[in-house]
Design a protein. Structure first.
Length: 45
């Protein structure tokens, strides 16, 4: 099974700590979405 990881620096404090991936106005949210889409695209070809 393929696994992708997304970790930020220890001092990274997103505006919505647990749900940052839903805030697409910040870089962390956009990165999470882009990585998720890339993963899904790769595993569903």
């Amino acid at each position: 099974m393929r696994v992708e990881r997304l970790f930020f620096a220890d001092d990274h404090k997103p505006p919505l700590p647990h749900e940052y991936q839903f805030n697409l106005d910040v870089a962390a949210g956009r990165t999470a979405l882009e990585r998720s889409v890339a993963f899904l695209t790769a595993v569903t070809k």
